[in-house]
Write a protein that binds this ligand. Structure first.
Ligand SMILES: O=C(O)CCC(=O)C(=O)O
Ligand SMILES: [Mn+2]
Length: 212
């Protein structure tokens, strides 16, 4: 049994299945055409109210090394790394992309998206798992890349020999599902030679909306 076990044919065959050690990772390189990906990149970069969040580490406050935004159905807050995200409403572009992903995954409905803007290769995201309790057990997370190509690294939490690097190109869709968040960590490392910006959209399903 895997994410697409009841779905042979063009949808399944558009994906590359990468790993199975306790979880599943699927990549569809051509989820969006180059033209669509470029148009969404421009539109999203310009219309989103990007925020510079701060994190506290060892008593000191640091700016997060990227800009972020959180768009969700009303009432769906999200907390990660001590940052509380209050939802902004869906924009037409974010909703359109969400619906296109849901067409591929008939049993999955997302209610939120976390946006990351890596302004250049200095911006990054450290090793982590998307294992907040609001995502439930074995969440399916759908991640769309726009703009510059960046590296996405994964490593198994226990078995040091298990690791993977993928280049995420614009218009690609990556799915993380099964027990991936329990057994693996992921990161987007700095790549200081990269000059251009990248936008990442990670669609999620938050369980139990709440007012903080
Ligand atoms: O930028 C990416 O591809 C990864 C983003 C990510 O891991 C996250 O938002 O939790
Ligand atoms: Mn993540």
């Amino acid at each position: 049994m895997d994410l697409f076990s009841q779905q042979e044919g063009p949808i399944r065959s558009g994906f590359q299945k990468h790993i199975l050690a306790g979880g599943e990772l699927w990549v569809m390189p051509n989820f969006l055409s180059a033209e669509k990906a470029a148009a969404y990149y421009r539109q999203i970069k310009e219309t989103i109210n990007w925020r510079q969040e701060k994190i506290k580490m060892y008593g000191k406050t640091h700016p997060l090394p990227r800009l972020t935004a959180w768009h969700a159905d009303a009432g769906y807050h999200y907390k990660y790394a001590g940052i509380l995200c209050r939802p902004d409403p869906w924009t037409p572009a974010l909703l359109e992309i969400k619906q296109q992903i849901e067409l591929l995954l008939p049993r999955q409905k997302f209610n939120s998206v976390l946006l990351n803007l890596y302004r250049d290769g200095h911006d990054k995201m450290g090793w982590h798992a998307d294992d907040e309790k609001e995502l439930g057990v074995n969440p399916t997370i759908a991640s769309v890349s726009l703009g510059a190509i960046r590296r996405f690294d994964l490593k198994h939490r226990k078995n040091k020999a298990l690791k993977l690097q993928i280049a995420l190109s614009p218009g690609s869709l990556l799915l993380m599902t099964g027990g991936l968040q329990h057994h693996w960590l992921h990161q987007v490392p700095a790549q200081k030679k990269v000059r251009a910006a990248r936008i990442n959209l990670t669609y999620r399903k938050i369980i139990g909306g709440s007012q903080p």
